[in-house]
Design a protein around this ligand. Sequence first.
Ligand code: UT7
Length: 335
Amino acid sequence: MGIRILGTGSYTPDFQVTNDDMAKIVETNDEWIRTRTGISTRHISDGEPTWYMGAQAAKRAIEAANIDSADIGLIIDTTITNDYITPSMSCIIQREVKAVNAACFDLNAACSGFVYGMDTAHRFLMTDRKMKYALVVANESLSKITNYSDRSSCILFGDGAAAAVIEYDENALYTSHLGADGTGAKYLYARTAVPESPFSKAENREKYKDEVGAGPEGWEHTMIQDGKEVYRFATHALAKAANLAAEKIGFDLNDLDKVVPHQANMRIIETAMKYLKQPMEKAVVNIANHGNTSSASIPIALDEAVRSGEIKRGDKICLVGFGAGLTYAAMILEY
Ligand code: UT7
């Protein structure tokens, strides 16, 4: 009772910001960034909106899948950097790819979003057999919510988009596990709207003050992160998610051909692979050229691996991520 990935696509802005460029903005250097994170450069939007990047990736995925957009019954977009509070990103993507028969909604699970989105799409396809294909899109402009005065976080993030077209297949290998720990919400967040209206009272704002969103003045809409706490969570969460997914169907992780992890930090990936008792050669890694693109990171890595031949038809793969929430998610399937 699984899914087949019929086609993938990705898009990243041409404009790039290298570690040396970052050193002109904050007190850092190429050596520190490369050894602590594995990142050398990142693609950054110099004007493309998030929806545009997502639409390009979606069009490439639809082309690769060789399907008619009108047969897409569902679009789930997993962005955390929408251009609008409303409408949803998925509606804009629908407009762009002319998927006129699709139901559209967005899903926010931060960097775990693509895996959450694929698993949700799988459940829709399984229960509504008239729904032929689903399109899952992950597009992010993290540069919009990055605080470029915070050297411990701004060097991590990049922009980009990727998408996948999937269909239901009763006989396909499939298992997944989605999880979260909301007590860690305070470790990684960015606030949305200003929490004020003509009717709100200062004493009530004080009364309902949350530990999330209590960051320094001037950082209201940018990401605030406790890197060490997120790091600690991440190394265990990746292995936990993959193990729990595998256990559900008695799958032996040694049978995996490739693991496509969230590209947050090279050291996190290495530790997670160690916990999974899998060799680093099985990990798909593109962090050097992209940095962390949140929900787009796993599908960009997947699309690049598919197009370069690193992942081939028939390979058993595990997509596994973690992110703000704190969330974690893994899925095992045959490409
Ligand atoms: O999608 C999920 C998103 N988030 C993550 O996955 C983040 C997970 N965490 C991490 O990847 C790491 O914790 C960081 C890369 C953020 C930081 O690496 P670290 O090895 O944990 O460094 P640290 O915070 O312990 O800092 C070590 C030193 C500090 O200096 P002192 O106090 O030892 O003098 C920092 O001030 O490095 C300093 N530092 C920097 N130095 C040069 C912090 N950022 C930088 C920088 N350049 N960019």
